[in-house]
Structures are given as structure tokens and as C-alpha cells.
Ligand binder design. Structure first.
Ligand SMILES: Nc1nc2c(ncn2[C@@H]2O[C@H](COP(=O)(O)OP(=O)(O)OP(=O)(O)O)[C@@H](O)[C@H]2O)c(=O)[nH]1
Ligand SMILES: [Mg+2]
Length: 321
């Protein structure tokens, strides 16, 4: 029952996330809030709401669905007060995100068995930076981390990972540019096992031209990992660039069709006004979003919680209910 969830306390705010979503909040979402300050809930309001959601990058289909469901619930509950209707919208948005996060696997860290994370995504989306963030994140839990430079296409990619490794005090397993990524991954998993590292994060190249190519390459890496660690990769993390909006989502779908993705990270959410992308990602891919990238530093990572996210879109610090 929708009303049960209304007026519950806000989730614990995430200040870093709120800051990174400032543009979206002060732009489109404040306009949405203003819509519901009107006196009546009429067709105009619903139409404008749909346009604003599309502007925030929620996507056509998902925007229509949200507005349709909002109308239905408002009718069903006989709601006449627009500010109450906004609370229903908030609940709808939280539930949409929860429908994807519900599938999130429990992360199991076994002593003596490296937890292998394979990071995939189109070139330039922020994979390598996200790897640094994840390394710092796991270090924060007291886990020892190792990185594998599985993107061997460019010398700069290997160097970039090594620089992060030095900064974070994390060993990096790398071969020469142009080397077989499978060989790098083989060595890295062996080293992580041998040296008792808790977490191994594997960088991969994004520029594989066809879906077939991509599938072949990633399933080869998976097989190589499994020679040492049967359950590897325990996590396959797809990085999506928030600034590329709906286009980025189409490319992300190719990855999701080529390899079993367990988790999603939405990078570059800072500075963009497209925070709505999370809703289309949740709806279209049905894969849990686990992390948000909020900047270029290793500490710029937030865990993803539907309620905290939606509240960060509507309210800033000290604002709101
Ligand atoms: N503002 C911002 N910039 C980011 C974020 N994540 C990554 N970047 C920047 O995006 C650019 C590309 O990031 P990379 O981590 O190199 O992306 P990649 O997917 O590894 O790229 P390739 O290896 O070329 O495929 C860099 O300039 C990063 O600093 C983020 O969350 N916020
Ligand atoms: Mg990279």
C-alpha cells in the first residue's frame, strides 16, 4: 500500500552523492518539485512531468511508465493534494530502482580465495578510474587488493593503472602493451592466490568491435580465471558513463548481452544534469546498480541505495521533509 510508505523518514543522506547530483537536483528535479506546488493535479501537470523526466535522462519508456503508474495510484488512492502525489512519485521511483537492486548477489569473501572483479565497459566510460575507486573501497574494509592490467591495447592504459597502484599501495600485474590479456589475467590470478590477496580487480579493454569478439574475449578471460579460482569472476562490473545518457545505455546493453554482468557502476554522475539515467539503467538492464562514481579521485565512490539516491535527487542537505 503506497500510503504506508509515505512520510517515512528520509534515508540517511549521502553528502558526497548529494553534491554530485547538485546539477540535476537544482535543474530538472527542482522543476518537478515546483510542478507539485500547484493547486490541482491535472493533465498539464502530468504532461510536464513526463517532459521533465525525459530531460533528466529517465528515457521515454520509463518516463511514460512512471507517469502512468503515478496517475493510476493517485486515482486508486483518491489523492487530490499535489504534494502528496509527489510523495507517491518518490515512492514509485524508489520501487523502480529497488526492482533491479533486489537481484543483487551477496558478496562472499572467503579467506585464502581471491574475490575477482572483472571490470567491463565501452572505452572511455571510466573503467580504470573506477577500478582505483574500488581498490580504495575494499582497502577501506581492510581487504588486501591487487590489480591486473588486462587492457593491453594501449601502453598508456597499463601506465595509468600502475600509477593508481603506486598511489594506493596496491600491486599491479602487467605485461607489455599488445600482450595477450588472457596471459596477464592468468598470472594475476595466480599471483593473487599465491600472495593471499583478498581482492583482485581486472581491467579490460573496451574497444572490441563486434559483439561476437567481445563475447569471445570475455569468456576466454573467465575460463583463464577459473583455472585457479573456480568461482571467478565473483563480480562482473559494468561501468556506464552517465554523461553519455541514452546512447551509453544502448552500448551497455551490448555488454549485458555478451557477458553475465552482476553489478553496475554509473560513473561521472558529478557535474551532469542527467541523474535520471539510473532509472533507465535499472529498468532496461534489470541488473543491480551497486556503485556511483562522483569524481576523478579514488575516494569519489558512493554505494548505491535506491532511497538515498532518489532523496539526493529531490532534496539537498538540510532540505526536504
Ligand atoms: N568527473 C568524473 N570524471 C571521471 C569519473 N570517472 C572517470 N572519470 C574521467 O573520465 C576519463 C576516462 O576515464 P578512464 O578511467 O580512463 O576510462 P576507461 O573506461 O578506463 O577508458 P579506456 O581505458 O580508454 O577505455 C578520465 O579523464 C577520468 O578522470 C567520474 O566519476 N567523474
Ligand atoms: Mg582504461
Amino acid at each position: 500500500m503506497v500510503l504506508d510508505r509515505l512520510f517515512r523518514r528520509r534515508a540517511e543522506p549521502d553528502v558526497q552523492l548529494e553534491k554530485s547530483l547538485e546539477k540535476t537536483r537544482k535543474g530538472v528535479f527542482s522543476e518537478i518539485t515546483r510542478l507539485f506546488e500547484r493547486d490541482v493535479l491535472d493533465d498539464d501537470l502530468y504532461e510536464e512531468l513526463e517532459m521533465l523526466l525525459i530531460q533528466a535522462d529517465v528515457g521515454w519508456d520509463v518516463s511514460q511508465q512512471l507517469v502512468r503508474d503515478l496517475r493510476a495510484r493517485v486515482n486508486e488512492e483518491r489523492i487530490e493534494n499535489p504534494s502528496l502525489a509527489r510523495e507517491v512519485l518518490r515512492t514509485e521511483m524508489i520501487e523502480l530502482l529497488e526492482s533491479a537492486t533486489r537481484n543483487r548477489q551477496v558478496k562472499v569473501f572467503q579467506r585464502g580465495v581471491p574475490y575477482v572483479i572483472m571490470v567491463v565497459g565501452v572505452n572511455g566510460v571510466g573503467k580504470t578510474t573506477s577500478i582505483a575507486k574500488l581498490a580504495a573501497y575494499h582497502q577501506g574494509f581492510g581487504r588486501s587488493v591487487m590489480l591486473a592490467a588486462g587492457d593491453t591495447f594501449r601502453a598508456a592504459a597499463i601506465d595509468q593503472l600502475k600509477i593508481w597502484g603506486e598511489r594506493l599501495g596496491v600491486p599491479v600485474v602487467a605485461h607489455e602493451p599488445g600482450a595477450d590479456p588472457g596471459a596477464v589475467v592468468f598470472d594475476a590470478v595466480q599471483a593473487a592466490y599465491g600472495r593471499g590477496r583478498d581482492v583482485l580487480i581486472v581491467d579490460t579493454a573496451g574497444r572490441l568491435h563486434t559483439k561476437f569478439n567481445l563475447m569471445e574475449e570475455l569468456s576466454k578471460l573467465r575460463k583463464v580465471m577459473q583455472k585457479h579460482v573456480e568461482e571467478a569472476p565473483q563480480e562482473v562490473l559494468l561501468v556506464i558513463d552517465a554523461t553519455t545518457g541514452q546512447n551509453g545505455l544502448i552500448q551497455a546493453k551490448t555488454f549485458a548481452e555478451s557477458v553475465d554482468i552482476t553489478d553496475i557502476m554509473i560513473a561521472k554522475l558529478d557535474g551532469t544534469s542527467k541523474g535520471g539515467i539510473a532509472f533507465s539503467v535499472a529498468k532496461e538492464l534489470s541488473i543491480p546498480i551497486s556503485y556511483i562514481g562522483t569524481g576523478e579521485k579514488a575516494t569519489d565512490l558512493s554505494e548505491f541505495y535506491p532511497e538515498t539516491y532518489v532523496d539526493a535527487l529531490f532534496f539537498g542537505e538540510g532540505e526536504g521533509l
